[in-house]
Design a protein around this ligand. Structure first.
Ligand code: HEM
Length: 519
């Protein structure tokens, strides 16, 4: 009897799922795309490999680039899934449709459910929408000022000078097992100094202040390098291993430091400071027009600057160095351009930045090929339509129902041959002349565009320019890879996995001091 009841309930459930599935397909006029079992927002679809009819698999936007649009025939495609609920997701690799989405915030608000895991330090600008987001943006935006950019440049230059002088010293060849081992500390030192107003050094042995169990630098590094772990492991089970206990301590310590810093800056003498943290506190004090941020909101937001500010920067620097190592002709072109700007071999200043156009081009080309955020998620807030074309130039208008997910597919757009000639080729010069701005979306666009774009560009250009003017970059020779083809080497060095942002798997590099003989 119970068996009969259970199978009847199961049969009704399956019929219901199927009816909902066909209704979901009808709601988008069955526009071509994936018909899959697992919903795109289900956790499983982030871990499984591609299985036809089940899921396009983990990291599919980066893996497929524009190929899936070619396969389905349009620059907008759909995914309709069955379980745990029927859902419709629309993927966009069409520049005009993306512009429409990024400029219609009420119709296509940010899909904040993808960012709920980033709420553990408090409500913040990245994980909010509506009036709450407006309040955070209004108070945060002034912190990303020209004075802050100058601070970013000066601090980056100091960090690089110390790296070359004290850490690498008189070594003429420096080999790294993974380039991230140097780009991650650089990015953290810069966000520490220009974000929090706390300077760190490559070789300091700070004593631990009273009331703490870790230095600020260790708490920052520990928390920043384990965000992913902190998200996927519930706090209750973090006490089980030495590694996770350390991660938990780093987060607790960072929280304590931030609380102390808020108290400290509120009670100490007011001095002129241009780091993001001080500016945020100042704007919060001065903002008489709207509600003030609570302590939890202040910490949530500044913590977001740390997360948004270091990881994507470190990864992008790493991919840029990998590409320059694989394409020495492009590296030489960059070097010659830097030499023409800094003809006397001096350390570049913030005022030189606008002249370093080739360094910008290298970063843009890196971000075109390796966008840190491959899919920018939006929700569709009302029944609407989007129009796209196919390779033959024919148009189609797709109905998009309220509640559908809309993903701006940066990889699909950046490899769309309609906008980019030879999209698979690393060609920084494409960014020196006229280029299709609407088809370049690494920082998103519109009201929700990245607030830290200039912060990143300033830091990145300073790092790249200083490093390339002093060292050549090569892929590290490793005996186990002797004799591999160029294609195999390229695929190995440029392999990426989907962490919090697109992450390099392992980039082994050798830096050789220019102007010295190497055997
Ligand atoms: C390579 C470097 C970077 C890339 C590619 C990048 C990319 C992005 C993207 C795509 C978004 C939009 C995300 C979404 O809507 O879902 C975003 C938002 C944001 N980014 Fe960045 N970012 C970078 C560096 C930075 C830095 C250095 C900071 C701060 C120091 C920063 C702070 C922010 C903030 C605060 C937002 C939220 C803006 C809002 O919603 O109003 N980013 N970034």
């Amino acid at each position: 009897m119970i068996g009969l009841l259970a199978s009847s309930v199961a049969a009704v459930y399956v019929v219901r799922l199927l009816l909902d599935h066909f209704q979901a397909r009808r709601s988008i006029s069955d526009h071509p795309g994936y018909r899959i079992f697992f919903s795109q927002s289900s956790i499983l679809s982030n871990f499984l490999p591609a299985i036809r009819g089940i899921t396009p698999g983990s990291n599919h936007l980066f893996r497929n680039r524009h190929k899936m649009y070619e396969y389905f025939g349009w620059d907008i495609i759909s995914a309709v899934s069955v379980w745990p609920w029927n859902s419709v997701t629309i993927y966009l690799a069409d520049a005009a449709a993306i512009k429409e989405v990024t400029t219609s915030r009420a119709r296509f608000p940010k899909s904040v459910r993808f960012y709920q895991t980033l709420l553990f330090f408090g409500p913040n600008i990245i994980a909010s929408e509506g009036d709450e987001w407006k309040k955070y943006r209004k108070i945060s935006a002034p912190a990303f000022s020209d004075r802050n950019n100058k601070l970013v440049w000066d601090e980056t230059a100091k960090i690089m000078t110390e790296l070359f002088g004290t850490v690498w010293g008189d070594q003429t060849t420096i080999s790294l097992d993974h380039c991230l081992d140097v780009t991650l500390p650089i990015a953290l030192f810069v966000i520490g100094a220009a974000g929090f107003g706390r300077k760190s050094s490559w070789i300091d042995d700070d004593s631990i202040p009273a009331g703490h169990q870790m230095t600020f630098k260790d708490a920052l590094h520990g928390a920043a390098s384990s965000v992913f772990l902190n998200i996927i492991i519930p706090r209750g089970v973090m006490g089980f291993t030495e590694r996770t206990r350390k991660v938990r301590l780093a987060f607790d310590e960072l929280h304590k430091y931030m609380t102390d810093m808020i108290r400290d800056r509120q009670t100490s003498e007011k001095e002129e400071r241009h780091d993001l943290f001080s500016s945020l506190l100042k704007a919060n004090d001065e903002d008489s027009g709207g509600a003030k941020l609570t302590e939890s909101e202040l910490i949530g937001n500044i913590y977001m600057f740390l997360i948004a500010g270091h990881e994507s920067t470190a990864h992008t620097l790493c991919f840029a160095f990998a590409l320059l190592a694989l394409y020495p002709d492009e590296q030489e072109t960059l070097f010659q351009h830097i030499k023409s700007v800094l003809s006397d071999g001096r350390v570049p200043t913030y005022e030189d930045m606008d002249l370093l156009t080739h360094s910008v081009a290298v970063f843009y080309e890196t971000l075109r090929m390796f966008p840190a955020v491959t899919g920018i998620p939006k929700d569709c807030a009302e029944d609407t339509t989007l129009t796209t074309t196919n390779a033959q130039g024919e148009k189609t208008t797709i109905p998009i129902p309220k509640g559908a997910g809309v993903i701006i597919d940066a990889s699909g757009l950046h490899f769309n041959p309609r906008y980019w000639e030879d999209p698979e080729v690393f060609k920084p010069a494409r960014f020196l002349g006229k280029w299709p701005h609407d088809a370049f979306m690494p920082f998103s666009a519109g009201a929700r565009a990245c607030l830290g774009r200039k912060f990143f560009e300033t830091e990145g250009i300073a790092v790249l320019t200083m490093l390339v003017s002093r060292y050549t970059i090569e892929v590290k020779e490793e005996p186990q890879f002797a004799g591999e083809t160029f294609e195999a080497k390229r695929d190995r060095v440029l392999a990426a996995w989907p962490g919090l942002t697109l992450s390099p798997v392992r980039v082994p590099l050798t830096f050789k001091l220019r102007g010295t003989k190497h055997t």
